[in-house]
Design a protein around this ligand. Structure first.
Ligand code: KIV
Ligand code: ZN
Length: 515
């Protein structure tokens, strides 16, 4: 590699701003570990001042991540920057990312500030950030609609104040590749070796990846992106698309490459999709379900004769091995251990034992256990939070034309078992109402999805719920996995309730420590 392009992953910050993508702290920690394994240079773990949950996630990620830099976003204000510094206190390698808008429209209408005041605010924030973390990034929000002379003025001030990375975001997805490349080159020539120039592209016109690559050709040495292109509105530039384009078309990028271990791309994509319940569209480049599927006879024939006739990269390059062995009821712990290794899971003995028991239980009920089943099993396992409530049993009576009725038994963490029943408009309504009665909470269901993890009539059902309990926001997500759809749904609902209790408890602790 002759030129290292840093990848700054903002899945946990900008990605989480995507509608419906909120994640719990244990889920974010799990994703951060995977991002580290994937080889991203910088993990933007959240926006410390935005919520106690964000603060908590950044702190915990800072404590466990060793290879990547951990970063918090902060507006250019004293309280934001101080909060970011506090959240990153224990991070081994930390970065504070501070930003302020620089376009005329944002300065006049959003900030209601004169350009000189904006520069003064940026300088103060960068100096304060620099006293808390050696590594400071400054972003000129809405840079692509800013005036070049003003941008150069604020960049000069930011460099003087100590910023080591200058980000030129296309906040509203307005840039066009050839023009963005020229614009970035102008900034790169202006800054020289005084800082790393970064780009951060949104996908409103479907050009986020193309713009990021054009900027790399223009001299940018850092690209900000997210797994699966998750992000506000139409999303952010997709990490896997940037990384794989640089690999596949290295002939055009003069040796520019990232440190991404491409074999971890598929696992990262699946983990994120399963965690926040947002599947990439089937035709999404690199990680979509159809990305490596050849349906037409002509294509299949060509690929069988020579793979490169219709494939510019292989599924194996991104860690998706189509010829892997499936497991079943007769597979033992050795085969299961090998399978976990192949899929990139690294479990300690206790985790392995629990996962193996769950696998055996599944294999008893399902003829073939596919890689996707195991991945889902492990993801739902690792995201587990301490369970106050565990499902023991559900009974359903759904007489056609009558009132669906459900009785549910739940075990509390102290061993006590409670049973209660409810009727509902439909079976799901009856089950969730019965759980509310047993547990003594009232949940408002905002989203509910069920899909099949793999193929076959006996496929594992994956249920996902998003619920607000007792009118206390934010909403929490829950996942459930079972060959029985109703049981998967009940597990998901109970999981969301357990997450809600953990979240409440954490918030109480944070409140106490900040008094
Ligand atoms: O899109 C944007 O401008 C951002 C900044 C905070 C970098 O997300
Ligand atoms: Zn953004």
């Amino acid at each position: 590699m002759t030129r290292h392009i840093k990848l700054f992953d903002t899945t946990l910050r900008d990605g989480e701003q995507s509608p419906g993508a909120s994640m719990t702290t244990p889920e974010k920690v799990r994703i951060a570990k995977q991002l580290e394994k994937l080889g991203v240079d910088i993990i933007e773990a959240g926006f410390a001042i935005a919520s106690p949950g964000d603060f908590d996630a950044i702190s915990q990620i800072g404590e466990i991540v060793t290879q990547s830099v951990v970063c918090s976003l902060a507006r250019a204000t004293e309280k934001d920057v101080l909060k970011a510094g506090e959240a990153l206190k224990y991070a081994r390698q930390k970065r504070i990312h501070t930003f302020i808008a620089t376009s005329p429209i944002h300065m006049e209408y959003k900030l209601k500030m004169k350009p000189d005041e904006v520069i003064a605010r940026a300088i103060d924030a960068i100096k304060l950030a620099k006293s808390l973390a050696n590594d400071v990034e400054f972003s000129c929000e809405d840079a692509t609609r800013s005036e070049a002379p003003f941008l150069k003025e604020i960049i000069s001030a930011a460099l003087e104040a100590g910023a080591g990375t200058i980000n030129i975001p296309d906040t509203v997805g307005y840039a066009i590749p050839f023009d963005y490349q020229r614009f970035i080159k102008e900034i790169v020539d202006f800054v020289g070796d005084r800082a790393v120039i970064s780009v951060h592209c949104h996908n409103d016109l479907g050009l986020a990846t193309a713009n990021s690559l054009a900027a790399i050709l223009g001299g940018a040495n850092q690209a900000e992106c997210t797994i699966n292109g998750l992000g506000e509105r139409a999303g952010n530039a997709s990490l896997e698309e940037i990384a794989m384009t640089l690999r596949v078309r290295k002939d055009l990028f003069g040796g520019a490459d990232t440190r991404i271990n491409s074999k971890e791309i598929y696992a990262s994509s699946r983990l994120l999709a399963e965690t926040c319940g947002i599947e990439p569209q089937p035709n999404k480049a690199i990680v979509g379900k159809n990305a490596f599927a050849h349906e037409s006879g002509i294509h299949q024939d060509g690929v069988l004769k020579h793979r490169a006739t219709y494939e510019i990269m292989s599924a194996e390059d991104i860690g998706l091995d189509r010829n892997r062995l499936t497991l079943g009821k007769l597979s033992g712990s050795h085969a299961f251990r090998e399978k976990l290794k192949e899929l990139g899971f690294d479990l300690d003995e206790t985790e392995f034992k629990r996962a193996f028991d769950r696998f055996k239980e599944l294999a008893d009920r399902k003829k073939t256990v596919y890689d996707e089943d195991i991945r889902s099993l492990l993801t739902s396992e690792s995201a587990n939070v301490p369970a106050e409530f565990t499902l023991v049993n559900i009974q359903l009576a759904d007489c056609s034309g009558g009132m669906p009725f459900s009785a549910v038994t739940i075990r509390r963490s102290n061993g006590e078992e409670i049973t209660d029943a409810a009727i509902g408009g439909g079976t799901i309504d009856a089950v969730f109402k019965a759980i509310d009665r047993v547990c003594g909470f009232s949940g408002q269901l905002l989203d509910y999805k069920v899909d099949a993890v793999s193929e076959g009539k006996d496929a594992l059902a994956r249920a996902l719920v998003k619920v607000v309990f007792d009118d206390e926001k934010p909403a929490v997500m829950g996942h459930g996995l079972d060959v029985d759809t109703m049981k998967a749904s009940a597990e998901a609902y109970i999981g969301s309730l357990n997450s809600y209790l953990v979240m409440k408890d954490r918030l109480r602790k944070i409140d106490r420590t900040s008094v």
